[in-house]
Design a protein around this ligand. Structure first.
Ligand SMILES: [Zn+2]
Length: 378
């Protein structure tokens, strides 16, 4: 039997170990795929679901049998999706009766399933989205249904950390006594946040950043798939994660790069007036959502700078050695002026967290900058 993973880029080690468990007929009831966001967790879950559902005797997934066709159009009934939703349940009529998913939730769910299948590397959910109790109740109802027990049934859980506690408890009970032919294919970006009792019931499979050559090839493929030219400058900031690259490409990564350069130039000028000018000029820090994205990008800049400097003391040479775009040295050079980068990274995180409650975040950020500057230059 040949096993194929057409949606997943790289991850050869993970594929190999999965091939072995499949070949030896010891594929687990619950598999937890974990790693940094965007490494391919969600692509791999879909590949595995199709492999398990496929009825071919020679190669899986064949792409030709009925379950394969139905799965590819996201309409295979034996596959259940537990995806975090933003829409909430209506208030319950009574405490002991659990409400079903409402129509808004069903609509949200089918939209997310569609996005996941269309481009697994672009699939994601909003920060506040949760898997609600009604979703796990519905799942248990379906799994409990006698039906044809010899048929493979699959539960896809892309963000295990997003189950509300009551939903996690319900799931836990099912994982303790899994029904025959039921497979839980689970992913998590944040394994540290999970219940130990849930973790102990899964086989764990870690994904790793793609190698440089694999990553470049993948980035080129993904860029053409979404019809946006490859951005060579953004490549090193993704740290070998195709999903992160795609997110940067799709959501103004080039602008973030320019903005981060402005921010760093202003903050490393060690003159509060320069920084005040920056915060007052329609900069990203006027808007909370934009400033959060800026913060995350700045942290990426710092990590990239640190790894380049660890490889070679000369920034331009380090970029050249790695084969990254040489113009990036202009963007990263301001970091040369910061004596203690880890402390600076911590300051940025604290400052950007602190401005969340302010109606004028740029003024709060300026205050925090003065505080930081005073400490550094004392
Ligand atoms: Zn098939």
């Amino acid at each position: 039997m040949e096993f194929k993973f057409p949606r997943t880029f790289g991850q050869n080690e993970a594929r190999e170990s999965l091939r072995q468990t499949l070949t030896q007929g010891r594929f687990p009831h619950a598999l937890l795929v974990h790693g940094e966001p965007g490494l391919g967790q969600h692509a791999l879950l879909l590949d595995l679901a199709q492999i398990l559902a496929c009825e071919s005797k020679t190669e899986r997934a064949c792409g030709k049998c009925f379950p394969c066709k139905a799965f590819e159009s996201a309409s295979l009934e034996s596959v259940h999706y537990l995806i975090p939703l933003v829409k909430k349940e209506k208030a319950k009529d009574s405490d002991d009766e659990e409400s079903d998913l409402n129509s808004a939730q069903i609509e949200e769910l089918s939209g997310l399933i569609k996005v996941w299948h269309e481009e697994p590397y672009a699939f994601g959910v909003e920060e506040k989205a949760k898997v609600h109790v009604a979703q796990t109740s519905e799942l248990l109802g379906r799994l409990g249904y006698a039906g044809d027990r010899s048929k493979v049934r699959i539960v896809l859980i892309p963000y295990l950390e997003d189950l509300v506690p009551a939903a996690a408890n319900k799931l836990l009970k099912t994982l303790e006594e899994p029904a025959a032919n039921v497979y839980f294919l689970i992913a998590s970006d944040n394994r540290a946040a999970l219940l130990p009792t849930l973790l102990s019931r899964c086989l764990h499979l870690g994904l790793t950043p793609l190698s440089s050559a694999e990553f470049r090839e993948t980035a080129a493929t993904l860029s053409s798939r979404i019809g946006i030219p490859l951005s060579v400058r953004l490549l090193p900031f993704a740290e070998g994660s195709p999903g992160v690259y795609l997110d940067l490409l799709n959501n103004g990564g080039e602008d973030l790069l320019e903005e981060s350069a402005k921010f760093l130039a202003a903050i490393t000028a060690s003159d509060w007036r320069v920084f005040a000018d920056y915060t007052g000029q329609g900069s990203a820090v006027e808007d909370l959502e934009e400033s959060t994205r800026l913060l995350h990008f700045l942290l990426r800049c710092i990590r990239l700078y640190q790894s380049l400097k660890a490889a070679h003391s000369n920034l331009s040479q380090a970029l050249k050695n790695e084969g990254w775009d040489a113009s990036l040295s202009n963007y990263l050079t301001p970091l040369e002026h910061i004596a203690d980068l880890p402390a600076f990274a911590t300051y940025l995180q604290t400052a950007f967290q602190a401005i969340k409650g302010y109606s004028k975040p740029q003024i709060a950020l300026l205050g925090l900058f003065l505080e930081y500057d005073a400490k550094v230059h004392r």
